[in-house]
Ligand binder design. Structure first.
Ligand SMILES: Cc1cc2nc3c(=O)[nH]c(=O)nc-3n(C[C@H](O)[C@H](O)[C@H](O)COP(=O)(O)OP(=O)(O)OC[C@H]3O[C@@H](n4cnc5c(N)ncnc54)[C@H](O)[C@@H]3O)c2cc1C
Length: 319
């Protein structure tokens, strides 16, 4: 039976939240194409990840488990993904459009001689929908090859809920002997806070913060709410915050329960990365700032006065 194969994104033995969003979309596509849903996990010693996926209603779970896949390289992982796709007779192969998906899925498409669409946000049974120009235009895309490869915009779909069941796990082998790239060293950013794409709350600051030292105000509120810190490109380009915390078109795309935007104008490029957040709170001294057009709660105020007061008041609430 043809299948829709979703490649799981995981890190340090844990499923990335984005995978659950991609599974939701995978189910929708499978229903429309009357195909089965197949989940594939690539890596080494991925037993706990495949177990975590058992309850999500897939017909098949494939594990491509090999020591040569322990460290991510686009070359090896795309070979493994293509192998998994062939093993489950996939007509659609998708992965969430995070750093890994964007890096490896074009290679998967090339290996499968498949057409590809990236950042997909919908499917009507025939055409795929994707956002363009920071979400200001929607493109309807037809992929005419027998196999179709996608990266999936996770924030466009609710996460899949576990539905019980006990999908069997099948092992797929892949030949990795002639790989030409290997990981020599990994330098990780160390952070006590969650990644913005995984966090329930994101507190972001912009140029209005006026310096690295003032991002302590952003971090204090993020810590109080158990959330992640984020930044605009202006703040990242100024060297006030690291690159991996940039939210927006050329940064990370987030959709937390709560997004607090402080001292940032809300450019279309920034909005492209956060406008699907459930509740948006904005603090800006300019009442004309575009961020207020999408904010659920807006405070026209000087952030240097308002933010410490807000943090102190919340501190009292949470004790
Ligand atoms: C191709 C391309 C891709 C891009 N990608 C991204 C992206 O991924 N993410 C991104 O963020 N940007 C991106 N940008 C940049 C984007 O266009 C804006 O330049 C940027 O988002 C502006 O950042 P900002 O809101 O911090 O700064 P500004 O637009 O300068 O806004 C600063 C805000 O702070 C307010 N403010 C100042 N002082 C105070 C105070 N004391 N109290 C309260 N409010 C105050 C001001 O009223 C103002 O609204 C991209 C641009 C291009 C061309």
């Amino acid at each position: 039976m043809p299948s829709v194969c979703i490649i799981a994104e995981h890190y340090k033995g844990k499923l990335r939240k984005s995978t659950l969003h991609a599974i939701s979309f995978g189910k929708q596509i499978a229903d429309k194409l009357q195909a089965e849903l197949c989940l594939a996990v690539i890596g080494h010693e991925v037993g706990s990840i495949t177990s975590d996926l058992k309850g999500y209603g897939a017909s098949r779970i494939l594990a491509v488990d090999d020591a040569g896949l322990a460290e991510y390289t686009a070359e090896a992982w795309s070979a493994a993904a293509a192998e998994a796709a062939e093993a489950c007779d996939a007509v659609v192969v998708g992965m969430s459009s995070g750093t890994t998906g964007k890096d490896m899925m074009p290679r998967v498409a090339a290996k499968l001689s498949a057409g590809m669409a990236s950042d997909v946000i919908g499917f009507d049974g025939e055409f795929f929908l994707r956002g363009m120009w920071a979400g200001n235009a929607l493109a309807t895309v037809e992929i005419t090859t027998p196999v179709r490869v996608l990266t999936i915009q996770p924030t466009a779909f609710a996460p899949a809920e576990p539905a019980g069941g006990d999908t069997p796990i099948e092992i797929v082998t892949v030949m990795l002997s002639d790989m030409r790239s290997r990981v020599v060293e990994m330098r990780e950013t160390q952070s006590v806070r969650p990644d913005p794409t995984e966090a329930r709350v994101v507190v972001s600051g912009g140029r209005g913060l006026n310096g690295r030292e003032n991002f302590a105000l952003i971090e204090a509120l993020a810590d109080l709410l158990g959330g992640a810190a984020g930044a605009t490109r202006a703040a990242v380009d100024a060297g006030w915050m690291p690159n991996d915390l940039q939210i927006g078109q050329t940064g990370k795309i987030v959709a937390p329960e709560l997004y607090v935007a402080v001292g940032l104008s809300g450019s279309i490029q920034h909005q492209a990365g956060m406008k699907n957040s459930k509740i948006i709170v904005a603090v800006n001294k300019d009442e004309e700032a575009p961020i207020f057009q999408i904010a659920d709660y807006g405070l026209v105020a000087d952030l240097f006065k308002a933010l410490p007061e807000l943090t102190a008041a919340l501190q009292k609430e949470v004790g």
